[in-house]
Design a protein around this ligand. Structure first.
Ligand SMILES: Nc1nc2c(ncn2[C@@H]2O[C@H](COP(=O)(O)OP(=O)(O)OP(=O)(O)O)[C@@H](O)[C@H]2O)c(=O)[nH]1
Length: 203
């Protein structure tokens, strides 16, 4: 990447209360607030990272997961480079809603080829005692959604948080490399054209 810092737009999605703001604050500031309030609309924070000698500024967009804020968050999906879909392992509904979040993202980000878009899935709050969603079920869902990488995280005790965010950058790099290597009529594929053509549905 010739020594330049690349700006990456990373969107955090998932049901209200699964811990998106907490994950962002843990990753960016290494802090945790047990009284974290619901986000209204969107907020973003930047963090500089280095992955395999390339430097990036991750611009992390933390969205409001509550249904009533849908119209406030969806305009911010466009131009995303990767998306972290988050559920809480003690909230089965937040896990069931992953498919809805993935569809909502692809539709409003205007992306047709979801399989070739870098999603990373986070099962958050693994520190809790009353876990309901198993890692096995979560991995099965990820396999059915383009083999997205899965991380079990805790914003509270910092388990796997850095790894999960950095995995989004790695996934993006991996997919860019794959697309560059895949010939189409003798030429390489333009990743932007493939990944950002219009999606057809959303509920
Ligand atoms: N035990 C535990 N609690 C957590 C963890 N992450 C977040 N929480 C708590 O869960 C609650 C909701 O966290 P938030 O980060 O505000 O959740 P959110 O997904 O941003 O919620 P919205 O803004 O409504 O979309 C807060 O009380 C947090 O302290 C975690 O890893 N473990």
């Amino acid at each position: 990447m010739s020594g330049k810092t690349k700006l990456l737009k990373v969107v955090l999605l998932g049901d209200g209360g699964v811990g998106k703001s907490s994950l962002m604050n843990r990753f960016v500031s290494n802090k945790f607030d047990s009284q974290s309030f619901h986000t209204i609309g969107v907020e973003f924070l930047n963090k500089d990272v280095t992955v395999d000698d390339d430097t990036y500024t991750m611009q992390i967009w933390d969205t409001a997961g509550q249904e009533r804020f849908k119209s406030l968050r969806t305009p911010f999906y466009r131009g995303a480079d990767c998306c972290l879909l988050t559920f809480s392992v003690d909230d089965v509904q937040s896990f069931r809603n992953l498919s809805m979040w993935r569809r909502e993202f692809l539709y409003y980000a205007d992306i047709q080829d979801g399989v070739n878009f870098p999603f990373v899935i986070l099962g958050n709050k693994v520190d809790v005692e009353n876990r309901i969603v198993s890692a096995e079920d979560a991995r099965a869902w990820c396999a059915s959604a383009g083999n997205a990488p899965y991380f079990e995280t805790s914003a509270k005790d910092a388990t796997n948080v850095d790894l999960a965010f950095l995995a989004a950058v790695r996934r993006l790099k991996e997919m860019e490399e794959q697309m560059e290597m895949r010939p189409v009529h003798g030429n390489t594929v333009d990743l932007n054209k493939v990944a950002k053509s219009k999606s057809s549905c959303c509920s």
